[in-house]
Ligand binder design. Sequence first.
Ligand SMILES: *[C@@H]1O[C@H](CO)[C@@H](O)[C@H](O)[C@H]1NC(C)=O
Length: 176
Amino acid sequence: MDNPDFTMYKLLILLFLGLQGRVNASCTEKNIAREGTATQTDTYVDPIKNISLSAARAIDGIKHGRHYEFDFSHTITGGPAAWWLLTLPRVCAICQITVYNRYDAPQRINGVKIWVGVGLTGGNYDGAELIGTITYQSGTYLYDFSDLTVKGSSIQIQGGTSVLSLAEVEVFADSE
Ligand SMILES: *[C@@H]1O[C@H](CO)[C@@H](O)[C@H](O)[C@H]1NC(C)=O
């Protein structure tokens, strides 16, 4: 028979694995990004159709990002000074963020950074946690950041090397 300390150790390991499983399983299927409000540095207006490529187009549920269907957000400002900010109605335990890229000029996604924080304002990353940096991959249209354990009410996306243009941003939170 095991000595009692060793048994306790095994129980703790099982408890830990069990909790890990529960945490992963609770990452909800529901995209909460659409409950938030999206803003961005500035907004490019298509000069031919006079259509504003607003920040809200990245949380409109339309993910395919084709230019002449105007279903992505698009700043005028380029580079790291460009930002897109999603403000959620409450602080959530965020477990996954998925970024859908546009189909034309997809390389513009390269170097884009994803931050999570609480009460962030546009272009301000103080106290925010860097979730990841997107490296453009030809033929890849969605970039997943999963298994996250970060609490926040703000998801801020910072421009990379070009203007900031996003087809869709989805955010999933632990259902607790
Ligand atoms: C472009 O759209 C805006 C907002 O809908 C409108 O106020 C403006 O008059 C339009 N401009 C032209 C040239 O159609």
